[in-house]
Design a binder for this molecule. Structure first.
Ligand code: HEC
Ligand code: HEC
Ligand code: HEC
Ligand code: HEC
Ligand code: HEC
Length: 363
């Protein structure tokens, strides 16, 4: 169960449940219950033609929220090209439980309801009622007010799970114990775990529903801080996870970054570091992590790069780039890449000669 899973996460990371940022329950509240790992669709408790299921209908009173949500990755969860590129190559029923999660969406995956992806009802409707952290004084809704709404344990329903065991239709028959997405666990183990507003500390927005992440340039650029200086014959390059509450990158297994340092005349001598995860098949049907160089919140990765190793002329400028890659391979040759998807984004690009670089001793 979701809250139980969140409890295990917190306990395993050594964060006492009493210090958790939000109430974590022994058993999930009845309104949000579905087993951990997206093994089942979410049941909103109303028929497919009910008013509560159509985000467009909410716009007459919540226009700003609907507008903000409609530009979010949540609204694009089913239709976006990066997802569809992977899903259409191998359509598996399990994927749908988080990308068009409502049972009422799944009866017609080509319909307008499915196209709303993670929509208002996905988060806010259970057992035929609206759910929220509190009920406003002027609210016309018969709302279930529950303080655990919007807490990290709530987000964990989709943002914390292990590899599944899938049957021939791609439906999950069981979950393994091998982590697949660990955003909430890396948050719970880190310095932001006690923030009162949990994930919303940084993912809150003007109207609360933008949920900007790695696809948002300013979030991406805020997340990591790259510094470099020279010491004797070396460059000291540091990549710090300065502003994310969880590891960077996080989320989908394919997300990764490269740090590259090189001189244009000598690309063959380029220094490169990889930040991401690699997996190998495990005996129980999932995959276990064999490499994890993602950067935990607050952590810094340090690289000592001999200037001579970069070759080129002494006075030739050195280039530095930190690239974020959204898919498994930044050069997606041989596979159809839908329009509107950009497989990579540059986070930092610099170019300077070694002599102009600050000395590390001066810092
Ligand atoms: C990913 C989950 C999620 C989705 C999708 C979502 N919401 Fe919310 N909503 C939240 C959270 C989290 C809060 C803040 C709860 C709190 O702590 O008060 C919230 C709060 C609200 C509130 C309370 C007022 C406010 O601004 O805080 C309204 C109204 C609301 N949402 C409407 C909507 C509508 C309409 C949609 C669809 C366009 C929608 N929500 C989609 C998670 C979601
Ligand atoms: C007729 C206008 C109207 C419509 C349509 C409407 N709402 Fe609301 N809603 C309100 C008002 C008014 C509030 C109270 C706002 C406040 O006090 O800040 C509210 C509050 C909420 C809250 C916070 C909990 C609460 O009860 O105060 C949520 C969540 C919410 N609405 C979601 C939705 C969703 C989802 C839809 C579409 C399915 C929707 N609303 C359609 C008027 C409406
Ligand atoms: C019902 C499932 C579900 C719930 C609940 C949910 N999310 Fe999401 N979220 C998703 C999916 C699926 C995506 C990816 C959409 C895509 O890009 O394909 C996503 C994307 C995001 C992104 C954007 C990532 C990016 O790459 O830019 C952020 C940030 C985010 N969610 C935060 C939250 C937070 C915070 C909560 C809890 C308040 C939450 N989500 C609750 C399913 C969910
Ligand atoms: C201290 C601020 C902070 C907190 C707290 C935080 N995030 Fe983030 N998050 C960020 C930043 C900055 C990014 C953009 C950088 C990146 O993509 O890693 C991000 C990116 C994301 C993404 C994009 C996926 C990806 O691959 O990067 C998701 C999903 C996400 N956050 C979910 C969550 C959830 C769920 C929580 C709560 C458990 C949470 N965040 C708490 C700052 C925060
Ligand atoms: C338990 C929930 C869950 C299931 C099941 C799930 N995903 Fe996701 N998926 C997410 C969340 C949450 C994100 C957002 C994290 C991020 O932005 O990296 C995401 C992001 C993605 C992305 C990156 C989208 C983007 O905008 O960059 C792809 C691609 C993707 N999922 C493919 C799949 C496929 C294919 C399956 C089935 C094999 C699947 N997902 C099953 C929750 C899920």
């Amino acid at each position: 169960m979701k809250s139980a899973a969140a409890l295990i996460v917190l306990a395993a990371c050594g964060v006492p449940a009493g210090n958790a940022p939000a109430p974590v329950r022994e058993a999930p509240p009845a309104w949000q219950a579905r087993p951990a790992g997206g093994t089942h669709a979410i049941d909103p408790g109303v028929r497919a033609d009910h008013d509560l299921l159509d985000a467009r209908g909410c716009a007459s009173c919540h226009a700003a929220i609907v507008d903000e949500w409609s530009k979010s990755r949540h609204a694009l969860a089913w239709t976006n090209g990066i997802f569809q590129r992977e899903y259409s190559a191998r359509p598996q029923a399990w994927c749908v439980n988080c990308h068009a999660p409502l049972a009422t969406q799944q009866t017609n995956l080509d319909g307008t309801h499915a196209a709303q992806g993670v929509d208002c009802a996905t988060c806010h409707v259970r057992a035929g009622k609206l759910v929220s952290a509190q009920r406003g004084a002027t609210s016309p809704h018969d709302t279930i007010a529950d303080a655990s709404f919007g807490t990290p344990a709530f987000c964990a329903d989709c943002h914390q799970f292990t590899f599944p065991v899938l049957d021939e239709h791609g439906a999950a028959t069981a979950m393994t114990r091998h982590p697949m997405q660990t955003t909430v666990a890396s948050f719970a183990a880190g310095p932001f775990a006690r923030e009162r507003d949990g994930c919303m500390t940084c993912h809150g927005s003007k109207h609360g529903h933008a949920f900007a992440g790695a696809h948002d340039r300013s979030m991406r650029e805020a997340a990591v801080e790259v510094t470099w200086c020279r010491r004797d014959g070396s460059l000291d390059v540091r990549v710090e996870n300065a502003a994310a509450g969880h590891s960077v990158p996080t989320g989908d297994i394919h997300r990764h970054m490269y740090l590259r340092v090189w001189r244009s005349s000598a690309p063959e001598a380029m220094f490169q570091a990889f930040f991401g995860r690699r997996f190998e098949p495990a005996a129980d049907g999932g995959k276990h992590t064999v490499w994890d160089s993602t950067i935990a919140p607050g952590d810094t990765k340090r690289f000592d790069i001999g200037v001579a190793s970069l070759r080129g002329d002494d006075d030739e400028p050195v280039n530095l780039e930190l690239v974020y890659v959204f898919i498994e391979n930044e050069f997606p040759r041989g596979q159809a890449v839908p329009e509107r998807i950009d497989p990579t984004a540059s986070i930092v690009r610099r170019r300077t000669s070694v002599t102009e670089l600050a000395s590390c001793a001066a810092r």
